[in-house]
Design a protein around this ligand. Sequence first.
Ligand code: GDP
Ligand code: FE
Ligand code: FE
Ligand code: FE
Length: 189
Amino acid sequence: MDREALMQAVQMRMSERRFKHVLGVEETAVALAERFGESPEKASVAALTHDYAKERSDEEFQLAIDQGNFENKTELLKYGNAIWHGLVGADFVARELSITDEEILNAIRLHTTGAAEMTLLDKIIYVADYIEPGRNFPSVEDARVIAFSDLDQAVAFETKHTLAHLVEGENPIYPKTIETYNRWVAGIK
Ligand code: GDP
Ligand code: FE
Ligand code: FE
Ligand code: FE
């Protein structure tokens, strides 16, 4: 699929507001790719598809988890859309949009939680999702400046602020989010 066809397929699956977010992530991801030497085409495809499955029902995700190849399915089923739409959503992207590039699919899988080990593309999508032009939380300007100077530091900044926000709201923390924190914020290697 070329970019136009991919954009249409994605747009059909989500609200206008979310599609605008996706285009913002694409613009930012391509800029980060150019800044740090990743393929802009890969960044574009990963960004356009990262939230492709976000508006699917819980039932669809539960079925996909039952039928798919996931570690710790019982544990995974206890979470919800926030965790499923990337990790499980990547399988919908692969199947329905015929995307076979594992680097792109992995960036989609990791885009919400991050991971202890992240490729350049993983970091670009994780950070672009956080700082795209439509985001407007108080520290986003700081995050934008950090992102274009030091991507690893931006991963740390985002992870720390997201985790603090989740704890403040007494949300469940997915174990992978803790692994990301330990590696990128606390510096455990
Ligand atoms: P979006 O899809 O563009 O809205 O952004 P993300 O995919 O990055 O995040 C989706 C939601 O998941 C956000 O509200 C995050 O704060 C939240 N989130 C990130 N990590 C965790 C986690 O470990 N547990 C829970 N419950 N939510 C998380
Ligand atoms: Fe997302
Ligand atoms: Fe994010
Ligand atoms: Fe997103």
